[in-house]
Design a binder for this molecule. Structure first.
Ligand code: ARG
Ligand code: GLU
Length: 710
């Protein structure tokens, strides 16, 4: 029986490693080449990543600090998601030029809008430096000593390499600290906004459709990278010229059929595929449900007031989106892990791991790992829960969070240099303006009542910030908070800022909102954080060992390191899915679906008149699918995560099929456990993107410079 279990378990895990799972390091892609070609790929690993000649990697960029983009012309033209370009579109928007609402198109290069602060990073080379980084590390070292040794080695190696290059040099851990890779990056600083569709297209479906399939969002925006005359990164200058990449992406108009090979090339931020069962269980069944519950209650309050008042709806739209994104995703994680037995599968695997440990004396290092994990995660749990309450219940009370911005000002004395005080006041003036523009006190009061009650009912006294333990009656406390605190009143706050003197700092210290803020923060820095960090330190060691053990146990298996915001290749097939009995999703959506969803009264489903006109005339030009319809979005079984937004999804020939922008919420557990049956990424079809640029916006200048393959 045991034997059978063991082979079953191994079968299960190697099946898990196939078809879609894994975020692969481009420099090691030759190990995946055979499988990729068997799945249909017609190019080579060397075409994707090479340091000897130009390759697809030269067209892939880290866009800003959190998204991916790709270069699609010899003149530095770049595509990313609308939600990735959103902040920059917003910065350029005003009442006269509302680019968020109306869209924006530069009809020639002189109209492109500079975005100071926005960077685009291109990977030039990767090197394995594991041996050098770990050279002085021994098994006996404490975790602190080990980290210090590694930090020093990394510093030395970077200093050495920097002597020979102008690129930005960094070193990052892979496989939970078992391997280290050096990255040479070029960072471009002159990036300009070229175009974006109206939000009715770029954000169509809004938060209602977020994480959900079927989807109809034209989630793209267009930028251009500029360089100096020699092609090097430079600060913005009118003399800069469009950057000429070593390679740009070709764009395919053929679309993709069910079963076609596809791969995504981009910057996934964070996954945790090698956690033990106990950690996955804690995440999916303790932490995420608490966060979902708390955020759900806040969103209920938002909804009630947003429905009543148009102004409030706009004021709370972005806050709603922020809280709602995590809320929906985590719900999906819990659903997915439980429905698809993520924890059981891990436990099953762990049984075989334990047997492997027991089979040889040399494996003594690993023997207690799983037991230690259980112990440490048990110790960690109350602190993780405390942190979840702190960040979701405590700091989502806006008046408390806003008061926190004045914390430094409350410490000002007559000795503080005037210059420093002036700087603080200037930034607080701005903060106050931003805060009150989108603040609706009845919402905040109700959120405060709800969240504080949740806190008191569910967290034991020694796991609460001190101020909560002084509360006798929540309603009374909230009444006092909002009547006594100056932070509820814009005029009072601004008067305070305008007439500030060091002698008034004491007044702040008596403000109940600031007192609550300090209590939350002190609780975090004195009680929660020190314990969590200590336990996490121990866990880092266990995780590293566990990773190493798994690699030793299955020497034949290809392991892919967890995402860490470095460039990765992930691949799978264009395919639909069946999330539930009787539910069968097709892999693509069309413009028909946009018309089905149309509702002029619901903000998320307003359709642009021009788009309707194109639809009515079926004026799709060469961008129509062979079935005659306009395809809008499609799903694939490619393993992606946050940060992959804007990533190109490419066909068997390495040509652009679309831009990744989301996942289906049923499969968001793929950050912890990937399941090829249910995990799907969502991309906007490149033909829809081109259709909007060409037919909707008439920006033929952009179409002309792209490399389009019919
Ligand atoms: N869910 C996607 C992500 O995690 C898209 C978020 C932006 N879109 C939105 N409708 N809120 O980033
Ligand atoms: N929308 C996500 C992002 O901005 C990608 C979706 C995901 O998490 O897969 O990175």
């Amino acid at each position: 029986m045991k034997r059978l279990l063991l082979s079953l378990a191994i079968l299960l895990t190697s099946a898990m490693a196939f078809a879609g799972e894994g975020m692969w390091i481009p420099m090691l892609l030759q190990y995946n080449e055979k499988e990729m070609q068997e799945m249909g790929m017609r190019i080579t690993a060397d075409d994707i990543y090479s340091i000897n000649h130009s390759s697809l990697k030269d067209a892939i960029v880290l866009f800003g600090g959190g998204c991916t983009g790709e270069i699609v012309s010899d003149y530095g033209l770049l595509l990313t998601n609308h939600h990735c370009g959103y902040d920059w579109i917003q910065k350029h928007s005003s009442v006269e030029h509302d680019y968020l609402t109306d869209g924006f198109w530069a009809m020639d290069r002189s109209q492109e809008l500079p975005c100071p602060g926005l960077t685009v990073t291109i990977l030039r080379e990767m090197r394995d430096v594991t041996d050098q980084v770990l050279y002085h590390v021994t098994e006996e070292m404490t975790e602190e000593k080990r980290q210090a040794t590694i930090d020093q080695a990394i510093k030395d190696i970077i200093a050495e390499v920097e002597k020979t290059t102008n690129y930005k040099v960094s070193i990052k851990p892979f496989f939970l600290g078992n391997e280290y890779y050096l990255l040479l990056n070029e960072v471009f600083r002159d990036v300009r906004l070229v175009g974006c569709p109206p939000s009715n297209i770029g954000k169509f479906g809004g938060d209602t459709d977020n994480w959900v399939w079927p989807r109809h969002t034209g989630d793209f925006s267009v930028f251009r990278v500029y360089a100096d005359k020699d092609g090097h990164p430079a600060n913005y200058s009118a003399d800069n010229v469009p950057y000429k990449p070593a390679q740009h992406l070709q764009i395919s108009l053929k679309g993709a059929d069910e079963g076609d090979f596809a791969f995504v090339f981009g910057y996934p931020a964070r996954t945790s595929e090698y956690l033990p069962a106990v950690a996955v269980d804690q995440e999916a069944n303790v932490i995420d449900p608490i966060a979902v519950d708390l955020r759900g209650k806040i969103l209920d309050v938002y909804n009630t007031y947003q429905e009543k008042d148009r102004k409030v709806r706009i004021q709370y739209a972005s806050k709603h989106a922020g809280l709602g994104n995590g809320w929906k995703k985590w719900m999906g994680v819990t659903e997915g892990i439980n429905h698809f037995h993520g924890v059981e599968k891990k436990r099953f695997y762990e049984e075989s791991f334990q047997e492997w440990c027991l089979a040889s004396r040399q494996r003594y290092l690993y023997i207690n790992l799983l037991k230690d994990f259980e112990q440490k995660y048990k110790e960690l749990e109350p602190y993780r829960v405390a942190y979840t309450y702190l960040s979701n219940a405590g700091l989502n009370i806006e008046i408390i969070d806003f008061a926190g911005k004045f914390n430094k000002l409350s410490e000002v004395t007559s000795d503080t240099p005037q210059e420093e005080v002036d700087k603080m006041l200037a930034s607080l003036r701005k903060a106050s303006e931003t805060f009150f523009k989108d603040y609706y006190q009845p919402i905040d009061e109700e959120v405060a009542r709800t969240m504080l009650a949740e806190y008191l009912n569910n967290q034991p006294a020694d796991f609460r910030p001190g101020f909560l333990n002084d509360i006798k009656d929540v309603d009374d406390y909230v009444k006092t908070l909002f009547s006594k605190s100056m932070f509820a009143d814009e005029e009072k706050v601004n008067n305070f800022i305008d007439n500030f003197k060091p002698s008034k700092a004491k007044k702040l210290q008596k403000d109940p909102a600031l007192i609550a803020y300090q209590s939350l923060i002190n609780f975090y820095s004195e009680e929660v954080n020190p314990k969590m960090s200590a336990i996490n330190n121990d866990l880092a060691r266990l995780q590293r060992l566990y990773m190493k053990g798994q690699m030793l146990m299955e020497p034949e298996k290809r392991f892919s390191p967890d995402a860490n915001f470095t460039l990765r290749v992930t691949y799978g097939k264009v395919e639909g899915f069946k999330p539930q009995d009787g539910k069968n999703f097709r892999h693509f959506t069309t413009l028909e679906g946009i018309m089905e969803k149309e509702n002029p009264d619901i903000y998320d489903y307003v359709v642009e008149p021009k788009l309707k006109e194109l639809y009515n005339n079926k004026d799709y030009g060469r961008y129509a699918d062979k079935d005659g319809t306009m395809h809008v979005a499609f799903t694939a079984s490619v393993h992606t995560t946050g940060g992959n937004s804007g990533s190109p999804i490419l066909n068997a020939d390495g040509q652009l099929l679309g831009l990744n922008f989301d996942r289906c919420w049923e499969g968001t557990m793929s950050d912890l456990v990937y399941d090829p049956d249910i995990c799907r990424n969502i991309s906007v079809d490149i033909r829809y993107v081109l259709f909007i640029i060409d037919k909707f916006a008439g920006a033929k200048n952009l179409i002309a410079e792209m490399d389009i393959v019919e």
